[in-house]
Design a protein around this ligand. Structure first.
Ligand code: CP
Ligand code: NVA
Length: 313
């Protein structure tokens, strides 16, 4: 991997200072354009002349649209590609794809099935590669989530986040974020769908303030924020088994009542009401899910600005 390229593959790779810079810059850019129509540009067209390729191996609403709009508001342009329409989809190597795209565009955002393949693409690319979700992690989402938490509850430092459900890709990025931003993460996951062992080891090595709870009430107790995600992620096939195992981890009002009285509820969306969260919670007064979805746009700007800060390669 070329050393001075600013890939955004995982929060684990970022310094705490860079993670904080991205959040603060995102918040500032959001403030600066308050009241404008969505199609109006930001004052500083800081990515004018920059071209971002967006590659999707899996469906997306928020990631696709927020990156596209972020680039337009920053004065840049995008090319949106389905992996199935690229030679990548019929066997061209990640390394060759990374090198070729580096000759055409200034950065790549990829939503991939396999984290290892995204890492191979990044290793060969001479431009920044951004992870727009893989089977392992979803770092862009958690930057928007930290931004949202701080808007509603103040600094996230020293606060407590409770994750309920599958120890999936989004959970992994929350654990990474706990290390970088200095908050506590409590995971309420069934033993059969727990956080990956290598991430538990990583969190222990990094002295992350984290704990695993089989009992969902224990996970939520004292939390400033309760987070849920779908029980069946893209690529998961064992739907019936998952729904059965995860039922006790549903976020309903009785579970929310174990958190702090002013706790907020977050969900990256898409959500399945009646499964991982009840409608009264996700559509109720503690929920901030649509602020969170909006903040994908503002956080993408901070991420893009950080990745491209050193100019074109
Ligand atoms: N939260 C999220 O990544 O949404 P999309 O799958 O719609 O991009
Ligand atoms: N864990 C979910 C997140 C969707 C944004 C998935 O991977 O499908």
């Amino acid at each position: 991997m070329v050393e001075d390229i600013r890939h955004f593959l995982d929060l684990a790779d970022l310094s705490p200072e860079d993670a904080r810079t991205i959040i603060d810059n995102s918040a500032e850019m959001k403030q600066q354009r308050l009241g404008r129509t969505k199609g109006a540009g930001d004052d500083e067209a800081s990515l004018k002349g920059y071209l971002l390729a967006l590659i999707f191996e899996k469906p997306s609403t928020r990631t696709r649209v927020s990156f596209d709009v972020a680039m337009r508001q920053l004065g840049g342009e995008t090319i949106v590609l389905s992996a199935a329409d690229l030679q990548l989809g019929r066997g061209e190597s990640e390394a060759d794809t990374g090198q070729v795209l580096s000759r055409y565009v200034d950065a790549i955002m990829i939503r991939g099935n396999s984290h290892a393949r995204v890492e191979k693409l990044a290793a060969a690319a001479t431009i920044p590669v951004i992870n727009g979700l893989t089977d392992f992690s979803h770092p862009c989402q958690i930057m928007a989530d930290v931004l949202t938490f701080e808007e509603h509850c103040g600094s996230i430092v020293g606060k407590t986040i409770a994750w309920l459900g599958d120890g999936n890709n989004v959970a992994v990025s929350w654990v990474h974020a706990a290390a970088k931003f200095g908050f506590e993460i409590k995971l309420g996951c069934p033993p059969d769908l727990n956080l990956r062992p290598e991430v538990i080891e990583w969190a222990s090595r990094e002295n992350v303030s984290f704990s695993l709870h089989e009992n969902p009430d224990d996970a939520v107790r004292g939390a400033d924020c309760v987070v849920a995600d779908t029980w069946v992620s893209m690529g998961d096939e064992d739907t019936d088994r998952r729904k059965k195992i995860l039922q006790p981890y549903q976020v309903n009002q009785a579970l929310m009542d174990n958190a702090k009285p002013d706790a907020i509820f977050m969900h990256c969306l898409p959500a399945y009401r009646g499964d991982e969260v009840t409608a009264d919670v996700i559509d109720g007064p503690q929920s901030v899910v649509f602020d969170e979805a909006e903040n994908r746009l503002h956080a993408q700007k901070g991420i893009l600005a950080w990745c491209l800060a050193q100019g074109a390669s």
